[in-house]
Design a protein around this ligand. Structure first.
Ligand code: UDP
Length: 325
């Protein structure tokens, strides 16, 4: 299939491009490289360097092209940043998405796979989280993703669009060639591995949450497992499958547990420092992915934390300064 991958120079998008190519699909990346890396785009994959907020530029980039499916990864995706700069989140994740929807329609692309998030649920009272839980986001990031899901729902009703929204829990790990490289890096696992490598400290954001050890619990899912879900979602839309699906392993690990597992994997001691809670962080987010398993035929197969950490550690050692290094 011909697939347009927005944000295909980013962390998850680049791994999905790699997998699409391996499976014989034809991927084209659209990315403004504001956060992505040219080096992350697989060799031989065309890169359209375009800002989705610029409707005219987007139309020009897509003109004369056709795609069967759009996979929409391009977004701002940091909880903490969204609490400081909500406008950026609504502009990049909602307005720019509407541009993409409208321009995709002009060129006849009527199937969407959308990168959504566990942050759409807010602070659920029970665990694991299923898709029928209330969606009450506690930060503008989650709200912006939920808004776009609802917009997609309306396009299904009014415009014959088909879509699957994949609500990622915590993407982690690396493929053989693509890994996590954000600037600035704010995610726990790359920061923990950096601390293992350079002897710096990891700040533990809050140790008084209502969790077994007081630190936040998250469901870490291997980026290659996430990538497989996108390929399955693309096929499933042909069978009439649509809507939102959680993607996680169903197992939660606290910040402290991640640090100690990383000490085992790297064989190094990792220094920790207590730090205040990060605004907008829910205590626990753990997925039930039963719906994805049933409707998409997807099941994670790299689910244990050491396997995820080992792949990330390997990538970190091969790219100590990220894609630039
Ligand atoms: N976290 C932390 N120290 C850091 C970065 C993250 O304690 O330097 C915590 C964060 O508060 C959250 C968890 O680790 O509870 C995962 O954070 P991350 O930013 O990786 O992903 P998020 O859950 O925000 O999508």
């Amino acid at each position: 299939m011909k697939v347009l991958v927005t944000g295909g120079a980013g962390y998850i998008g680049s791994v999905v491009c790699e997998r699409l190519r391996e499976e014989g699909h034809d991927a084209t990346v659209l990315d403004d490289l504001s956060q992505g890396h040219r080096e992350a785009v697989p060799v031989g994959t065309e890169l359209l360097e375009t800002d989705l907020r610029d409707r005219r530029a987007l139309r020009a980039s897509l003109s004369g092209r056709s795609f069967d499916v759009v996979m929409h990864f391009a977004a701002s995706s940091l909880v903490g940043e969204s609490m400081k700069d909500p406008g950026r989140y609504f502009e990049n994740n909602v307005s720019a998405g509407i541009n993409l929807l409208e321009e995709s329609r002009r060129i006849g692309a009527d199937r969407f796979v959308f990168s959504s998030t566990a942050a759409t649920y807010g602070e659920p009272e029970r665990s694991p989280i299923t898709e029928d839980f209330p969606t009450i986001p506690t930060n503008p990031y989650g709200e912006s993703k939920l808004m776009f899901e609802r917009i997609l729902d309306w396009y299904v009703r009014v415009r014959d669009l088909r879509y699957v929204a994949l609500r990622y829990f915590n993407a982690a790990g690396a493929s053989g060639t693509c890994g996590e490289d954000h600037d600035p890096e704010t995610h726990l696992i790359p920061l923990v591995l950096k601390a293992a490598a350079d002897g710096g400290k990891v700040h533990v954001f809050g140790d008084d949450y209502p969790t077994p050890d007081g630190t936040c619990v998250r469901d870490y899912i291997h980026v290659l497992d996430l990538a497989d879900a996108h390929l399955k979602a693309m096929e499933a839309m042909d069978r009439g499958v649509g809507g939102a699906f959680n993607l996680g392993n169903g197992a939660g690990f606290s910040v402290t547990e991640v640090i100690s597992a990383a000490e085992d994997v790297t064989g190094r001691r990792i220094r920790k420092a207590r730090a205040p809670r990060r605004p907008g962080d829910p205590p626990t987010l753990v997925a039930s992915s039963a719906r994805a398993e049933e409707a998409l035929g997807w099941k994670p197969c790299r689910e244990d934390l050491p396997t995820i950490l080992e792949s990330a550690w390997r990538w970190h050692r091969e790219h100590p300064r990220g894609y630039g290094g």
